[in-house]
Ligand binder design. Structure first.
Ligand code: TRP
Length: 337
């Protein structure tokens, strides 16, 4: 539909932490769904580098991954002319609004966040204040841009719900300052599980079950050959996430990269067992990732272009964010500069 001056586009925003190399789960579950939305929505996508330091990072790796993630966003189809792509730490308003929202979020609310409880458990030696108040920074990331939709994975839904509570509290005191955001959880097919342990989400922390976007074809092929299938006796390719989580996950991946339905996949591999199916999924994934890997490598050689993209992105983002921040500062009673 044509967009005219007086019907502003709806706004969409999301981010990924550059705390690990991007993988197939990030691509199929998130980035792929972001691409192609720019005609309908005003889109903001960022590298959430400020969030990553809630867990100790190697500085050189963080820098490399942040730039690589930008190149990957572009290689996955996010056109920087049509989408605002930026690095979170380049837009100072995130930290500033984050502080304010800290003061409108309750200790009890933050204590209930399951991601905090998980991470505090996994990093017992470094349960820092930032890890605890991280959802306030995430709320700031979102609210600065007044988005209508926030595409996130199931695991981030609780943080978007908390953001909605903050909006209600803040607007209840000061009037309509923030737009109420909606979480936007992609449909089935987007939740990619680990290849070596299909009960949990594909994650960089289990590298043998994780396919990275920059991985070489032979490594991808090997990971799919070793993918865990199910110990049931029938040994056939059939979609049943309860009884056959391993095979069903491979079917989800195959369906996502080929566009085939589960029925089509079942009949394609009818009578063939897992031995034929696993390498076929691997090959389909290799062909999907090949152009993304090659384009990322090409972009990473063009540092001047990438710098231009993130500078322009930060300028555009900052202009929008500043409007919201000014309003908030005024409402809470800060003296105007
Ligand atoms: N917390 C998200 C994650 O760990 C990343 C993130 C940070 C985010 N700020 C955001 C996602 C704002 C959506 C909107 O995956």
């Amino acid at each position: 539909m044509e967009n005219t001056e007086n019907t502003p586009k709806k706004v969409m925003l999301s981010g990924i932490q550059p705390s690990g190399d991007l993988h197939l789960g990030n691509y199929l579950g998130a980035i792929r769904n972001w691409a192609g939305r720019a005609d309908q929505f005003d889109c903001f996508y960022f590298m959430a580098d400020m969030h990553t330091i809630t867990v100790r990072q190697n500085p050189a790796d963080l820098r490399r991954r942040t730039l690589e993630q930008l190149a990957q966003y572009i290689a996955c189809g996010l056109d920087p002319e049509k989408n605002t792509l930026f690095v979170q730490s380049h837009v100072h308003q995130h930290a500033e609004l984050g502080w304010v929202l800290n003061c409108y979020t309750m200790f009890g609310e933050l204590s209930r966040m399951t991601q905090f409880k998980d991470k505090a458990d996994r990093h017992k030696e470094n349960v820092n204040g930032g890890l605890f108040t991280y959802p306030c920074l995430m709320a700031a990331d979102i609210l600065l841009y007044q988005p209508d939709f926030v595409p996130v994975g199931e695991d981030q839904k609780q943080h978007v719900e908390l953001t909605r509570n903050i909006v209600q509290r803040f607007n209840g005191i000061y009037g309509d300052v923030f737009k109420m955001p909606e979480p936007f959880i992609p449909k089935a097919g987007a939740r990619v599980m680990g290849l070596s342990a299909p009960e949990s989400k594909m994650s960089k922390s289990v590298p043998e079950g994780c396919v990275f976007l920059m991985e070489q074809p032979e490594d991808i092929r090997r990971k799919f050959k070793r993918a865990v299938t199910d110990s049931d006796t029938e040994h056939c390719v059939r979609y049943d996430p309860e009884k056959k989580p391993g095979v069903s996950n491979l079917m989800t991946i195959y369906s996502a990269v080929t566009g085939k339905s589960y029925e089509e996949i079942e009949s394609e591999f009818d009578g063939q067992g897992y031995g034929a199916f696993k390498p076929a999924v691997g090959d389909a994934v290799i062909e999907t990732l090949r152009p993304i890997r090659e384009e990322t490598q090409r972009l990473l050689k063009d540092k001047a272009y990438l710098e231009d993209v993130y500078r322009t992105g930060a300028q555009r983002a900052s202009a929008v964010a500043e409007k919201t921040l000014r309003k908030v500062y005024k409402k809470v009673g800060f003296l105007q500069r």
